[in-house]
Write a protein that binds this ligand. Structure first.
Ligand code: C2E
Ligand code: MG
Ligand code: MG
Ligand code: MG
Length: 282
């Protein structure tokens, strides 16, 4: 154990477990430029209403189109943006792009709700509700068409501050969803204290749903819990038809996942929605 404490052992340990550390450092430096140079892009993953089998919403998912490395996925840079103090700018960029898109769809006659993921740090930003209100006014987006997705972890961090921000948003008519529900360390004791409209069941419970009776028990319970508390419920990570049908049969409200549709460009989503509408009228 003594050797582990010495700086030499530490340096070796670091190099052994994290050979890409220099790359990570250089990416961190480039994130600021990415924001300034318009290298971020949103993809949209449709949301299917299970009762009507209609696509009635989309979730925005950010990607970094790096000039040399190609597409970088959010799990590789959101944490970095939080650590380097860039998350506020990133979130505000995403909010504006997503709200502008939802507003444009609306003008074109396509009524789709838009969901935006917030990070833990965002809930400590007391100015966020005012910023979102300003965007909704500027783009003339009805408030109930914008949903903010937050994880349990994000709320636990700074509970009081987060609660204030969420209350302000919800009082203005924006929707709040708890994302990745079931994998956080949150207790049910405070769940009902949160101003929430929807729970989104984490994909780890959905992936093997048809092969795992325990997962089905958990998912049925979450659906019942949600409805009992007056929340809607969405399942994420739906990858096959049997899972979709099962979720519909237990009264789950919405489904998202590769079986429904992958995240895609705004244009592709418009095409898909229009095709789906034609099919349901046929
Ligand atoms: P999330 O909000 O839970 O989003 C769902 C993730 O699961 C997305 O990955 C999506 O592409 C993926 N997914 C959807 N359906 C399926 C499926 O059927 N199977 C599998 N295997 N995966 C599926 P993505 O786009 O890589 O995003 C990962 C996470 O990054 C998101 O998880 C969210 O927490 C975060 N994120 C994405 N965009 C933003 C953003 O604009 N701001 C912030 N703060 N976080 C974001
Ligand atoms: Mg999400
Ligand atoms: Mg999720
Ligand atoms: Mg996630």
């Amino acid at each position: 154990f003594a050797a582990v404490g010495s700086s030499k052992a530490w340096a070796f340990y670091q190099a052994a477990i994290d050979p890409h550390r220099p790359e990570r450092l250089s990416l961190m430096g480039q994130l600021r430029d990415a924001l300034a140079q318009d290298q971020l892009q949103l993809h949209y993953q449709p949301k299917l209403a299970l009762a009507s089998r209609r696509l009635d919403g989309a979730e925005s998912l950010v990607r970094w189109q790096h000039p040399l490395r190609g597409t970088i996925m959010p799990d590789a840079f959101i944490g970095m943006a939080e650590d380097t103090g860039n998350i506020q700018r990133l979130t505000r960029w995403v909010l504006e792009a997503a709200i502008a898109q939802a507003s444009q769809w609306r003008v074109n006659g396509l009524q789709l709700g838009m969901a935006v993921n917030l990070s833990a740090r965002d809930l400590g930003d007391a100015d966020l509700p005012r910023y979102i209100l300003g965007l909704a006014a500027m783009y003339r987006l009805p408030h109930e068409q914008l949903t903010l997705e937050i994880t349990e972890r994000a709320v636990i961090g700074e509970f009081e501050a987060a609660l204030r921000v969420l209350h302000q948003l919800r009082e203005q008519g924006f929707r709040i969803t708890i994302d990745d529900f079931g994998v956080g360390q949150s207790s049910l004791a405070y769940l009902h204290k949160l101003p929430v409209d929807e729970l989104k069941i984490d994909q780890s419970f959905i992936k093997h749903l048809m092969d795992d009776a325990n997962d089905r028990v958990i998912v049925r319970s979450i659906v019942e819990l949600s409805h009992g508390l007056g929340y809607k419920v969405t399942a994420e990570g739906v990858e096959n038809e049997a899972t979709l049908d099962y979720l519909a049969s237990i009264g789950c409200d919405h489904a998202q996942g590769f079986f429904v549709a992958r995240p895609m460009s705004a244009d592709a989503l418009v095409q898909l929605t229009t095709t789906a509408l034609h099919q349901s009228h046929a």
